[in-house]
Ligand binder design. Structure first.
Ligand code: ADP
Ligand code: MG
Length: 348
């Protein structure tokens, strides 16, 4: 990881969901559209934005996965860390896109990013007999700067601490990391964790949209003893010197963005919103510091929020990062959508 540092810019995607049936019912108008054959989006009358990838209302889950995530999954198996974020206001499609909902009730072609990545990872593992793989998963929720373990609900309020080990890897001390052997096993852990996200408090959906959820797949790979002797490729592998390589992929469903002033946003909600905005600002500051050409001399403010501390070793350097900004097409959400596009634009 240390040598030959190649700085890889954060890729930014925007996905516009279709109008929901209740929006159609209430005659909502569409205020965002794609410019055909470009990577551009027009919002309102004439504000134009350009991104690395744009997905319109007819984009499929498969398309989003193949274009944005598959290259990261490949680089994970090559030993690099990766992170994908879903950003956007509540109701814009973050959980749908990431795949953090109720998996069992989702049709196969509607599966989001996480289930697809899991399936592809185990597919690749089964095709690669020369390498011994160990796969572990963890699932953490960050709510008002407190960490909750979504894989250990009996003890979910235990103390979790973010530490950096001597190699610069971020570890969450106290978090459950479960070793897994197959895709189905991961899917059921994910499903349980997702359910926990929704039932953690009395205010069911509110809570999940006000917390960040970080699902992490960590892999450790080692050439099997046999193939190390016989296989020339093993001798040439870039990570041969270490004999073993470890890498991880974070899938992050961020808390809903949105202005603090929206009606009904009082008391506890007001405080939550302030916290969320401060986290999202911290993330933006980290991403833009990483994208700064003078980066060597720029301070990257990872320490400003739990979310950026947790992701520190998987943002920047030669880690691959994609931010998917989710947008509602409805004119009633124009202000929030415009804000989200501006945020995404600053991350480029
Ligand atoms: P968020 O997590 O940002 O609050 P959700 O992912 O829960 O938003 O999406 C809100 C609603 O919109 C859900 O009913 C979801 O199924 C639907 N939805 C979101 N994106 C799409 C899409 N691309 N295609 C179809 N339905 C979508
Ligand atoms: Mg959600």
């Amino acid at each position: 990881m240390e040598s030959g540092m190649e700085e890889i810019p954060v890729k930014v995607a925007v996905r516009i969901r279709p109008l929901l049936s209740k929006e159609v019912l209430h005659n909502h108008q569409v205020c965002v559209r794609l410019v055909p054959n470009t990577q551009q989006i027009i919002i309102g009358k004439d504000r134009v934005f350009t991104f690395d990838f744009v997905f319109g209302k007819n984009s499929t889950q498969e398309e989003v996965y193949t274009v944005c995530i598959k290259p990261l999954l490949v680089s994970l198996t090559e030993g690099y860390n990766a992170t994908v974020f879903a950003y956007g206001q509540t109701g814009s499609g973050k959980t749908y896109t990431i795949g953090g909902g109720h998996i069992a009730s989702v049709a196969e072609d509607e599966e989001g990013i996480i289930p697809r990545a899991i399936q592809e990872l185990f597919q690749r593992i089964s095709e690669n007999r020369n390498i011994d793989f160990h796969v572990k998963v963890s699932y953490i929720e960050v709510y008002k700067e407190e960490l909750r373990d979504l894989l250990d609900l009996e003890n979910s309020v235990k103390e979790l601490h973010i530490r950096e080990d001597d190699k610069g890897n971020t570890v969450i001390v106290g978090a459950k990391e479960l070793q897994v052997e197959c895709a189905d096993e991961v899917m059921s852990l994910l499903e349980n964790g997702n359910a926990a996200r929704h039932t953690g408090t009395t205010q069911i959906n509110e809570h999940s949209s006000r917390s960040h959820a970080i699902f992490t797949i960590s892999i450790c790979q080692k050439w099997s003893a046999e193939s190390q002797k016989s296989n020339a490729a093993a001798q040439n592998a870039s990570w041969k010197s270490a004999d073993m390589t470890a890498s991880k992929f974070h899938f992050v469903d961020l808390a809903g963005s949105g202005r603090v002033t929206k009606t009904g946003n009082t008391g506890e909600h007001f405080k939550e919103s302030i916290q969320i905005n401060s986290d999202l600002l911290a993330l933006e500051n980290v991403i833009s510091a990483l994208g700064d050409p003078k980066r060597k001399s720029v301070h990257v403010p990872y320490r400003d929020a739990k979310i950026t501390r947790i992701l520190k070793d998987s943002l920047g350097g030669n880690a691959r990062t994609v931010m998917i900004t989710c947008i509602s097409p409805s004119s009633s959400d124009l202000d929030e959508s415009l804000n989200s596009l501006k945020y995404a634009n600053r991350a480029k």
